[in-house]
Design a protein around this ligand. Structure first.
Ligand code: HEM
Length: 329
């Protein structure tokens, strides 16, 4: 039974990765408003198919343009996300029933359950508030957080302690948390960039070829008073600055993570810690290359999607390192 539970945690983690990818696909292919209501689609449980249903949908939402392909992208994301929510509920119920057992943590599944409920609310607000950028960014961060907590739960259940400990590397747990914070800021800036449709507003490499100057204050402008935020509402200068800040912080992320990983690698004597630090470096390199490719090839959907997934993988590899640095033997 316990072995099955471990397998279910793994399956739930893989499903969370698929849900994050489907969410990115929906957002990046501009299908976020494919269904203008929640949890149904134009008042139906599935995408309206018959002519009479489509006519009724058009009548109920006269301001919306019904597009079958966009509606399906949105609904498939919701079906997968709903399944993920049910699996997380099942993990919590099992952990609660086995709460006396020291090998089954209960706080982590509870946190996951609360987070997935909040994430569903964010998904609803994304639609009902017509892609308000703060909500869209929050929804992206919520997905990454669920993935991160499932990874932690998987590690708690499966990770083998490092033989003899690794006191040399263990001292760097605090620094690994610094690296994690820098990365989380970079992921949030990426979400802010995408939620404000700022990708096409900075064309050159490494800097933007736009004429306007960079403005830090415009990056944190909160557009609140608009009825619909699809395709962005901020000025050209604000979007260029948001994009540029994501690149500048990418440089900071790269330097901070590279220095900290090198330090941990050179001080660790366990192979496990060394390999965790190397994986962070390899994934970081791929992520920077993908970011550059997204700009160079004018934001092809496949690359933007890969850039999103690589950000998630980078977060997970860093969490794995933090876990092993902290885990008691
Ligand atoms: C550690 C480095 C980086 C991380 C963790 C990171 C993370 C992210 C994330 C999470 C997104 C949001 C994707 C989505 O909404 O699905 C994003 C978007 C984006 N990033 Fe990065 N990024 C990094 C480096 C870079 C670099 C170096 C560049 C370019 C020079 C870049 C260019 C972009 C662009 C253009 C988008 C918007 C994609 C779109 O809206 O279609 N990123 N990034």
């Amino acid at each position: 039974m316990y072995k099955n539970y471990k397998n279910w945690v793994l399956i739930t983690g893989l499903l969370a990765l698929i849900v994050v990818a489907l969410g990115a696909y929906t957002r990046l292919s501009d299908a976020g408003l494919g269904c203008p209501d929640w949890p149904g689609c134009y008042g139906f449980l599935t995408v309206p198919k018959h002519e009479a249903d489509i006519a009724q949908a058009a009548q109920s939402y006269p301001d919306m343009m019904f597009e079958t392909a966009k509606a399906w992208k949105e609904m498939i994301h919701r079906y997968f996300a709903g399944t993920l929510g049910l699996l997380i509920l099942a993990l919590f119920v099992y952990a609660f029933l086995k709460r006396q057992s020291p090998t089954t943590p209960v706080k982590l599944p509870l946190l996951l359950l609360l987070l997935v409920i909040f994430q569903a609310a964010l998904g609803m607000w994304t639609v009902t508030m017509n892609l308000q950028p703060l909500i869209v960014m929050g929804h992206l961060l919520g997905g990454f957080s669920i993935l991160a907590l499932l990874t932690l739960l998987y590690l708690r259940l499966n990770a083998k302690p490092i033989m003899g400990g690794d006191a040399g590397a263990r001292r760097y747990f605090g620094l690994s948390l610094v690296a994690l914070s820098v990365l989380i800021i970079q992921i949030a800036l990426g979400g802010w960039l995408a939620a404000n449709y700022a990708a096409p507003h900075c064309n050159g490499l490494p800097l933007c070829s736009n004429a306007q100057p960079f403005s830090l204050s415009s990056v944190f402008q909160l557009p609140l008073e608009h009825g619909n935020y699809e395709f962005g509402v901020l000025s050209q200068q604000a979007r260029m600055s948001i994009h540029l800040l994501h690149r500048i912080w990418a440089l900071v992320t790269c330097i901070v993570l590279a220095l900290i990983m090198w330090r941990i690698y050179s001080r660790a004597y366990s192979q496990k810690i060394k390999s965790c630090a190397v994986s962070v470096l390899v994934v970081l390199f791929c992520q920077i290359a993908l970011g550059l490719a997204v700009v160079h090839w004018h934001i092809p959907l496949s690359m933007a999607l890969a850039h999103n997934l690589m950000a998630a993988i980078l977060l997970l590899t860093l969490i794995r390192l933090c876990y092993y640095l902290k885990a008691r033997t």
